[in-house]
Design a protein. Structure first.
Length: 291
């Protein structure tokens, strides 16, 4: 943990700030929901907060793309009794990957958060089947640098901030009606939202970061299989170039936090001035989800 991140995190909420000098037990990573057509669907409940309370399960879910769900998967989602599904994907992603498959009566709320051209960049690099071009686009640290830029836009883009703020306000006003948000891989836009939410609830840093990094575990088999397929199909000579784009890393999270520090002076001001979450909304989040 960097000193910068500690400083940013402990100002996220009054409860977390007051507890920062004490000790806290970290809760376990939120419950994974196994599906056939999605690999990174999780319940954010079950984590312990600084003051020993628990994030209520069954109220907020994070996920990757839902366009390839099977009928059995849709039945599983139906059992979650979701009242709202929020889709962070941009139109290009929906165009190529397809619309969400959801239980009857649910229509996703489109709330696109820019990926800074990541999806188009991937399609261009892979579609070229040119190892020289792929190396030029993704090699030499370029892929990781691109991801850091993506995370900075979570702070610097007014449109992105509006989407994140609206989502957190929806959760605060949900009256304990279950809600799910997702993007394509369920790791970056979804991961940032989840990290913000857990932090705002007073969950210890190591727990919030562990939840963020858990995407690497849940996506590992799928992502490795994709790289193997691309090599076997002759589309990529060195598919490991994709790894920085497939993974989540603390350096990406730190890039967003550094931007929050530069633009807003810290995470608390990013939440309030940047995302428009007033003290009443932050308190409602905690009242809804912690107990």
């Amino acid at each position: 943990m960097t000193l910068t991140r500690r400083t940013l995190l402990t100002t996220a909420t009054t409860a977390a700030f007051l507890a920062a000098t004490g000790t806290a037990k970290a809760g376990t990573t939120g419950r994974h929901i196994p599906l056939q057509g999605a690999v990174n669907v999780r319940d954010l409940g079950g984590h312990l907060t600084y003051d020993g309370e628990t994030v209520r399960p069954g109220l907020v879910y994070r996920a990757d793309g839902l366009s390839r769900l099977t009928d059995t998967d849709v039945a599983t989602l139906s059992g979650l009794r979701l009242a709202k599904v929020i889709d962070f994907r941009i139109p290009l992603e929906v165009q190529y990957d397809g619309a969400d498959r959801l239980p009857d009566g649910l229509t996703p709320v489109s709330r696109p958060v820019t990926d800074n051209g990541l999806y188009a960049r991937l399609r261009t690099a892979i579609g070229s089947a040119d190892p020289v071009r792929q190396e030029e686009m993704l090699g030499g640290g370029k892929a990781a640098a691109f991801m850091r830029d993506v995370y900075r836009t979570f702070v610097t883009s007014a449109d992105n901030r509006a989407q994140f703020g609206a989502t957190l306000r929806d959760i605060a006003a949900a009256r304990r009606a279950p809600l799910l948000y997702h993007c394509t891989a369920g790791k970056d836009r979804t991961g940032w939202t989840s990290w913000l939410l857990l932090t705002a609830l007073g969950v210890p840093e190591r727990t919030a970061v562990a939840d963020y990094l858990a995407s690497n575990t849940f996506r590992a088999t799928y992502d490795a299989a994709l790289r193997a397929y691309l090599k076997q199909a002759g589309l990529m000579q060195n598919p490991d170039l994709l790894i920085p784009l497939q993974e989540v890393r603390t350096e990406y999270l730190d890039a967003a936090l550094a931007a929050a520090s530069e633009v807003y002076g810290g995470l608390y001001r990013y939440l309030t001035a940047g995302l428009g979450l007033d003290h009443r909304t932050l308190a409602a989040l905690r009242a809804q989800l912690v107990g």
